[in-house]
Design a protein around this ligand. Structure first.
Ligand SMILES: NC(=O)c1ccc[n+]([C@@H]2O[C@H](COP(=O)([O-])OP(=O)(O)OC[C@H]3O[C@@H](n4cnc5c(N)ncnc54)[C@H](OP(=O)(O)O)[C@@H]3O)[C@@H](O)[C@H]2O)c1
Length: 247
């Protein structure tokens, strides 16, 4: 029986696959039958994730998305899907912003993925019917104090995704963002460097279903990569455990 949720026979690139959401997404995508190219900067972590992938034929490529990505692009064969999970967060109140901080946060959260996808399109490495999933954030819609750069970069990614959806619809290439609330990953731990543990615990109480797990996001990425979501494109999908549903 045909399973529209299957990823059998699909070639998928996952960035940020050396940690957190990207690592779990790579594992779940491989469990659904896809062949993966995983990328990140930390070679040791990337190798650990490569070993956890199901099936054969996967590749791990070490690359900094803010640097020369041509070796990564050259290693990519025709892709049926991309999940961009690479990203960083930083709390920086407006008074403390400088050009260096703007560059640092926008480089990886916006410019890096835009150039990556632009190069892949230019070299015709994205198959008709492919699905592109970009990890965005609830913060692109609901900014937080100290988060103007992160929220701004993610809002720009939301628009990039919608623009891919309209520019490439004739090839049935789809693009969507996943706008996640708090998910338990190392990125969340780094937020705890500037926000107290107590404040974080109080914040979690506002989530009717608590903070998310990496599998929650990974399963959505699997769905968006699969043919089961063939009519979904240009959307910003909120996943926040009910935080913004109301009180
Ligand atoms: N966790 C949350 O609560 C949350 C909420 C909303 C949205 N998000 C978004 O979800 C995505 C994944 O976050 P996460 O929580 O899984 O974070 P994470 O565990 O810190 O993972 C971030 C990933 O990004 C990669 N990365 C960072 N800078 C890079 C660069 N210059 N070049 C290539 N790769 C780079 C890291 O690779 P290396 O470690 O190998 O350097 C790592 O694999 C991010 O885009 C984040 O903004 C997360």
């Amino acid at each position: 029986m045909h399973n529209p949720f299957s990823l059998e026979g699909k070639k998928i690139l996952v960035t940020g696959a050396s940690s957190g959401i990207g690592a779990q997404t790579a594992i779940c995508v491989s469990q659904m039958g896809a062949t993966l190219i995983i990328t990140g900067r930390n070679e040791e972590n990337l190798k650990k994730i490569l070993k956890q992938l199901h099936g054969e034929g996967h590749q791990a490529i070490v690359a900094d998305l803010c640097d020369d990505i041509e070796p990564l692009i050259n290693s990519c064969q025709l892709l049926d899907g991309i999940v961009n999970c690479a990203g960083i967060t930083k709390h920086l109140p407006i008074k403390f912003i400088d050009r260096k901080a703007i560059d640092q946060i926008f480089d990886i959260n916006y410019t890096g993925p835009v150039i990556l996808i632009n190069r892949l399109f230019k070299l015709k490495k994205i198959n008709p019917g492919a699905s592109i999933v970009l990890l965005s954030s609830l913060a692109s819609m609901f900014p937080f104090k100290g988060g103007t750069l992160y929220s701004g970069a993610k809002a720009a990614i939301d628009i990039f995704s919608k623009t891919i959806a309209i520019e490439f619809s004739s090839q049935k290439i789809r693009a969507n963002t996943v706008n996640a609330g708090m998910v338990k990953t190392p990125l969340l731990n780094s937020a705890e460097e500037t926000i107290s543990k107590e404040a974080m615990q109080t914040h979690e109480k506002a989530y009717p279903l608590g903070f998310g797990e990496t599998t929650d996001i990974a399963n959505m990425c699997v769905f968006l990569l699969s043919d089961a979501s063939r009519w979904i494109t240009g959307t910003n999908i909120v996943m926040d455990g009910g935080l913004t549903a109301g009180t």
